[in-house]
Ligand binder design. Structure first.
Ligand SMILES: Cc1cc2nc3c(=O)[nH]c(=O)nc-3n(C[C@H](O)[C@H](O)[C@H](O)COP(=O)(O)O)c2cc1C
Length: 192
């Protein structure tokens, strides 16, 4: 499954998505594409979401549909730009509303960390950002690692997560942009 969050079809992230689809196609993988903007996904977690999560359920058929689809895949790929150090709100809302208590993870009495249920999944995260990597690491503590990789995916039982990042995107050369796309396509075509 590809979970994609960018509103603009001519964005660089869209080119990453296309390279991902091309690479996976070479390896003859079946792809389930979730384009959050095209799906008009509502990222706002509601009282009904919370009440359902207390009963270890989901109430929204859209959320339930994403969950059923995630149950069927082996690998999940997140493609999004870094916005204010994290993923765009629409993707954050996807995590908040779809990776629910009782489905993605269980609380364990007396333990500070939950038990993850999504042990059938491995994951890839692909991010682009304006600032240099070292700034993101030193000043913002690699925020996405906390928010998405450790704080969501690993917490929900996903063991193997690979993270690609293209930094300094606004000032980078056309050649470096192309190289990154080839790297992604190659990686996807070799994904086991
Ligand atoms: C709302 C918004 C917030 C952003 N926040 C950050 C940020 O916190 N750190 C950073 O390095 N770049 C930030 N950027 C720059 C984006 O990461 C950059 O524009 C994007 O990765 C470029 O990819 P695209 O051409 O596919 O949009 C931000 C851009 C926007 C629009």
């Amino acid at each position: 499954m590809i979970v994609y969050a960018h509103p603009y079809d001519k964005s660089y992230n869209r080119a990453i998505r296309d390279a991902t689809v091309k690479g996976l196609g070479k390896a003859a993988h079946e792809i389930d594409l979730v384009d959050l903007y095209k799906d008009k996904f509502n990222p706002v977690l509601s009282v009904e979401d919370l009440e359902a999560a207390l009963r270890k359920q989901s109430f929204d058929p859209v959320v339930i549909d994403y969950q059923r689809r995630i149950e069927k895949v082996q690998h999940i790929i997140f493609i999004a730009p870094i916005w204010f150090e994290s993923v765009p709100a629409i993707m954050k809302g996807f995590l908040d509303r779809v990776f629910t208590h009782g489905w993605a993870y269980e609380k364990v009495e007396g333990k500070g960390v939950p038990k993850g249920n999504l042990t059938h999944l491995s994951a890839t995260v692909i991010s682009t950002l304006g600032s240099p990597k070292f700034v993101y690491r030193l000043f913002y503590n690699n925020a996405l690692k906390g928010v998405l990789i450790n704080g969501t995916l690993k917490c929900c039982g996903v063991k193997k997560v690979k993270w690609f990042m293209l930094d300094k995107i606004q000032e980078t050369t056309e050649e470096r942009r192309k190289q990154f796309l080839s790297k992604i396509e190659d990686y996807m075509s070799n994904l086991a």
